[in-house]
Write a protein that binds this ligand. Structure first.
Ligand code: NAD
Length: 484
């Protein structure tokens, strides 16, 4: 991919500009080599972006528009992404590491958000509240104004699309802080905004360090609402900044999500769930199936099956993996890979067994072999903390009560799954698993239409589905006294 342009700028108030903090090197994790440089924003850049977004918001150009028209603009942005998928996907693979077919899926997934929220734009309706014959009362939903969106590196295209589409559909303007490691593909959102004719300044995209541009954005006094997707410590910093300005924020944080596999589960079908659940995007998915809690009577058979799936995945450069298949790319960086290897080594020292993988292949890229750890117990760090890599921990249970206790025994609560043919058992588990989303007999069942978000330290607020619309609007009640 020698035709990638060597330097990418920020997009502020309709102009492509350098960053006040210089440049950052963007590397290809499959090789460790630099692929481009990106401008790095400082606090002054953030301020110009926020003020541009505020100006557009106050002009009323988006809020005054009939929602169906705004919805059409949002949908057209999704269409723009699909029209440019052949450009976007390879850049995404090179900056993030995922196989090219996964990158294409991510762009398609991003487009789907624009389709869905474009459709929803004209469904945000108020209600009329009876107050007796002397009054007429109604509610309306108004956008907050400037939505600040801070994006993680694992799905830079899809995560931006998720928040941007809903924010625009409801009439907000947006400032996006793209991730330092994977900032390049966010440029296409700026191109899309221009191509569909959004007003200049409605969408601003800048890359910068979290502690600099990210902190400046989340604490900016003219930001009216914040959406953050990332780690727990950063989420706490952002919620604190939001509280100081008394603005709402949505936190989509990490997870340590568990699949409970009962003795009557279809173990052959479960192989597919685990393949997607922990090795898709090399496990760098907040809702990854990072724990399997399996009934002791089928434990050994399941570990054998999981090991076969893990060993059957070919691991290598994503750009050489254009077709859907049994393969996995690099992790996002050597730092993330080394952190995951460290956690695996610590788990083995604590008594876990690497049934598959557990090591970095002898390759300059940031690869980690698909890993299955058996003999994990609930008290081990690996069973409690997010690895954010292709590492599956297998734990055993004896009865349903114990399975739920283990599943609920972490500070997180993003998603959970139960695999059984018994409808009563499945329904009880669905009720008792403390998580924002429960999958029964298919990991990742659901879609853009279904609300997503965490219990506990996995965050608060919901993205996806109609629930997400309410993150971006505030309720106004109008009570009219009627003359007799
Ligand atoms: P991170 O928290 O380090 O960074 C996320 C973003 O926050 C980046 O853009 C970063 O620059 C910015 N940031 C860092 N410090 C900041 C600060 N002080 N103020 C403002 N912004 C700051 O997380 P990461 O390592 O990029 O992403 C991985 C984490 O994200 C994992 O924990 C994962 O579970 C989580 N995640 C959650 C979801 C979800 O939907 N729940 C989706 C993807 C990733």
């Amino acid at each position: 991919m020698s035709d990638i342009k060597p330097y990418w700028q920020n997009y502020i108030d309709g102009a492509w500009v350098d960053g006040g903090s210089g440049r950052i090197s963007v590397t290809n994790p499959a090789t460790g080599g630099q692929i481009a440089e990106h401008a790095l924003a400082d606090a002054a850049d953030v301020d110009r972006a926020v003020m541009a977004a505020r100006r557009v918001h106050l002009s009323g150009v988006l809020t005054d528009m009939r929602p169906v028209e705004r919805g059409r603009l949002v949908q057209a942005m999704g269409k723009y992404l699909l029209d440019h998928i052949d450009e976007i996907a390879p850049v995404l693979t090179l900056e993030q590491g995922k196989p090219l077919w996964e990158a294409r899926m991510e762009v398609q997934g991003a487009a789907r958000y624009f389709e869905y929220y474009g459709n929803q734009a004209e469904t945000v309706e108020g209600r009329s509240i009876p107050l007796g014959s002397g009054y007429f009362d109604f509610t309306t939903y108004e956008p907050f104004g400037v939505s600040a969106q801070i994006i993680p590196w694992n799905y830079p295209v899809e995560m931006t699309a998720r928040s941007l589409s809903a924010a625009l559909a409801t009439g907000n303007t947006v400032v996006i802080k793209s991730p330092e490691m994977t900032p390049l593909t966010n440029a296409w959102f700026a191109h899309a905004a221009e191509a569909v004719g959004l007003p200049t300044g409605a969408v601003n995209i800048l890359c910068g360090y979290g502690h600099e541009a990210g902190a400046a954005l989340s604490s900016h006094p003219q930001v009216n609402q914040i959406v953050f997707t990332g780690s727990v410590p950063t989420g706490i910093a952002i919620a604190t900044a939001a509280a100081r300005n008394v603005v709402p924020c949505v936190l989509e944080l990490g997870g340590k999500s568990a699949a409970i596999v009962h003795d009557d589960a279809d173990l052959a079908a479960f192989e597919n769930d685990v393949r997607w659940g922990i090795w898709f995007n090399a496990g760098q998915v907040c809702s990854a199936m990072s724990r399997v809690i399996v009934h002791e009577s089928v434990h050994d058979e399941l570990v054998e099956r999981l090991t076969t799936v893990a060993n059957g995945l070919s691991v290598g450069a994503g750009i050489e993996r254009p077709e859907f298949g049994a393969n996995m790319g690099a992790m996002v960086s050597h730092g993330q890979r080394d952190r995951a290897v460290g956690m695996v080594n610590d788990a083995i020292s604590a008594g876990a067994l690497a049934a598959a993988g557990g090591h970095a292949p002898n390759d300059p890229g940031a690869f980690l072999a698909p890993t299955v750890l058996s003999g994990v117990t609930p008290d081990m760090t690996i069973a409690q903390e997010e690895v954010f890599g292709p590492v599956l921990s297998v734990l055993k249970f004896r009865d349903d009560h114990e399975a739920l206790e283990i599943a609920n025994g972490t500070p997180y609560g993003l998603v959970g799954g139960v695999f059984t043919r018994d409808i009563d058992r499945a329904t009880r588990a669905a009720r008792d698993v403390r998580a924002g989303q429960v999958f029964v007999n298919e990991w990742y069942a659901g879609g853009v239409e279904t609300p997503f978000g965490g219990y506990g330290k996995s965050g608060y607020g919901r993205e996806k589905g109609r629930e997400a619309l309410w993150n971006y609007v505030q309720t106004k009640n109008v009570a009219i006294k009627l003359r007799a």
